[in-house]
Design a protein around this ligand. Structure first.
Ligand code: HAM
Length: 447
C-alpha cells in the first residue's frame, strides 16, 4: 500500500492562495494599465529557451543561476528563462527589418533563477518588462523611465518612498579610464562595482588592485563607487561632486534636462555605483530602491544598443527595465499600500450574496444564480443549511458582498428582500427587477 506523504513546493517558489493571488492581480493590473497608457503593447515568449541564448551575452552571474536541462535522450540544452531581455531581443531579431520603429513592447513573464532564497530573492518571480526598440537618445530613455514611475505612483508610492538611481556606463567608463583601468578590463570593473555593496572592503580592494589600480587608484575607485548627486543640481556641481571634468557628464546632459522638464528629476539621483550586473548594457543604466526598509532593487534597467544585432537582427538600439513583484510587494506592504489583511481586501467584492431561509425557496436558488450572473453580476450564495438569517448573512459580510438577497416564502409570490450591506437599508423587490435593483446599488448598470 502506498504511504501518504506531504509535499512542499520547491525551495524559493510561492503558492498563491486567493488573498496572495489578489495581491498579485492588483500588481499586474497596475503594470498593465501603466504600460497600455504609455503606449506599450503586450508580448509573451516561451518559458524556456536554448541555453546558449543566455550564455552569449547576459554575463556570468545570471549564467551561474540558470536552471538548465536536457530532454531525456535529447541532445539540445535548454534553460528556464532567468530574464526576459534575451527572449525579447531574439523576437525583435526574428522580425528584423519588418519591425515598425519604434517598437514598444511590455510583458509580465515568470522568471527562474537558482539563487539562494532570501528576503526579496526567490527562485521564481514575476517581472514586468518594458522595452522601447529602435530609437536612441534621451527621449526614449525618459519614456521608459516615466512608465516605471507612473506605475509606482499608481501604487500610491511617492518620491519620498522610492528613488531612481541613475548612471551611465559611458560616464563610469570615463572615470575608470582616468583611474587607469584598461579598456579590456572595463566589463570586469563594471561587475566589481555592481557587487561593491555585497563585498568586504579587503576583498573589494584586492579585486580592484587586480584591475591594474595602485593604492590611490583603488581609493578613488571606491570613492567613485559611492558618489551620488542630486539630478536637480547643475552639471558643473555634479561634476565637482563626482571629481570629474564637466565633459565627462555630457552623456547625461540631455537625459537630465528631459527629466527636469518632465518634472521627474525629484524622483532621481545620480549614483556612480549603479552599473548593473548584466553584461549587455551600453549606456544609461538605472535601478529603483525604496528609501528605507527594503534593501534590494525594485527595478533594474538600461540601454542595450547591441543585443538585437548580436542575436542576428538588424542594428537596433533599445532600452528598457524589469520590475520584480517580490521586492515591489515587500515595499508596498511596508508602506501599507496592500491593505492590512494580507490581500483579503483586494479580493473582488461580490455584488450579491443570496441566502434562502426556507425549504420552499431552496428550489429556486440555482436558477436565480444563473439569472444574476447572466446579468453581469458577481453573485455568490450560501451553502449552509441553517435557517438563521444572522448566521447566513455573516458569510455575506466575510466575503465583502455589497448586497444580500434574502429568499423566504414570499418568493412564491415573486418577491425577495434586498439588503444594502454597506448602507444597511432593506427593501422588498420583485424577482423580475432584482438584477436591475442590484446593478443600481452597485453601480453596475448596463453590465
Ligand atoms: P535584473 O536587475 O536582473 O534585470 O532584474 C530586475 C528586477 O527583477 C530586480 O530589480 C528585482 O526586483 C527582480 N528580481 C531579479 N531577480 C530576482 C529574484 N531572484 N527574486 C525576486 N526578484 C528578482 C533584468 O532582469 C533585466 N533583464 C531587465 C531589463 C529589461 N533590462 C532591459 N529590459
Amino acid at each position: 500500500m502506498a504511504t501518504n506523504r506531504t509535499f512542499q513546493g520547491p525551495k524559493g517558489t510561492r503558492d498563491f492562495y486567493p488573498p496572495e493571488m489578489a495581491i498579485r492581480r492588483h500588481i499586474e493590473r497596475v503594470w498593465h494599465s501603466a504600460s497600455v497608457d504609455s503606449g506599450f503593447e503586450e508580448i509573451e515568449g516561451p518559458m524556456f529557451e536554448s541555453l546558449e541564448l543566455y550564455t552569449v551575452k547576459s554575463g556570468p552571474e545570471i549564467v551561474s543561476q540558470l536552471f538548465s536541462f536536457r530532454r531525456e535522450g535529447g541532445e539540445d540544452d535548454y534553460a528556464l528563462r532567468p530574464e526576459f531581455t534575451p527572449t525579447l531581443a531574439r523576437m525583435a531579431a526574428v522580425k528584423g527589418k519588418s519591425l515598425a520603429l519604434p517598437t514598444k513592447w511590455y510583458s509580465i513573464p515568470a522568471l527562474f533563477r537558482a539563487e539562494r532564497p532570501q528576503r526579496g530573492r526567490l527562485r521564481e518571480h514575476n517581472q514586468w518588462n518594458v522595452d522601447l526598440i529602435g530609437t536612441t537618445g534621451a527621449s526614449a530613455d525618459i519614456e521608459v523611465i516615466s512608465t516605471a514611475l507612473l506605475a509606482l505612483e499608481r501604487f500610491g508610492l511617492t518620491n519620498e518612498d522610492v528613488q531612481l538611481r541613475l548612471s551611465h556606463r559611458g560616464l563610469v567608463a570615463r572615470i575608470l579610464e582616468t583611474l587607469g583601468v584598461a579598456e579590456d578590463r572595463l566589463v570586469d570593473a563594471f561587475q566589481l562595482l555592481d557587487r561593491r555593496d555585497k563585498m568586504e572592503d579587503a576583498d573589494f580592494k584586492e579585486k580592484a588592485a587586480s584591475l591594474g589600480l595602485d593604492d590611490e587608484g583603488v581609493a578613488r575607485f571606491d570613492a567613485a563607487a559611492r558618489s551620488t548627486a542630486r539630478l536637480s543640481e547643475p552639471l558643473s556641481t555634479l561634476a565637482e561632486a563626482l571629481g570629474v571634468p564637466e565633459t565627462a557628464l555630457e552623456d547625461l546632459a540631455e537625459l537630465r534636462e528631459g527629466l527636469l522638464a518632465a518634472d521627474l528629476a525629484d524622483w532621481c539621483v545620480l549614483d556612480i555605483g549603479i552599473v548593473r550586473g548584466l553584461a549587455y548594457y551600453t549606456g544609461m543604466v538605472f535601478e529603483i530602491f525604496a528609501t528605507q526598509g527594503v534593501e534590494r532593487a525594485v527595478l533594474g534597467g538600461g540601454r542595450y544598443d547591441q543585443l538585437i544585432e548580436i542575436f542576428g537582427g538588424p542594428k537596433l538600439p533599445a532600452c528598457g527595465f524589469g520590475m520584480g513583484d517580490v521586492v515591489l510587494g515587500l515595499v508596498l506592504a511596508e508602506k501599507g499600500l496592500l491593505g492590512e489583511d494580507g490581500g483579503v481586501s483586494l479580493l473582488p467584492r461580490p455584488d450579491a450574496f443570496v441566502v434562502s431561509t426556507c425549504d420552499e425557496a431552496d428550489a429556486g436558488v440555482e436558477a436565480l444564480m444563473v439569472t444574476l450572473r447572466r446579468a453581469g453580476l458577481h453573485a455568490r450564495r450560501s451553502y449552509k443549511s441553517t435557517r438563521n438569517v444572522g448566521k447566513l448573512l455573516s458569510d455575506a459580510g466575510k466575503c465583502g458582498a455589497r448586497t444580500a438577497v434574502i429568499l423566504d416564502q414570499a418568493v412564491l409570490e415573486g418577491t425577495v428582500g434586498l439588503k444594502d450591506l454597506d448602507g444597511g437599508e432593506q427593501v422588498t423587490t420583485s424577482l423580475d427587477q432584482l438584477a436591475d435593483a442590484i446593478a443600481l446599488l452597485t453601480g453596475k448598470q448596463g453590465a
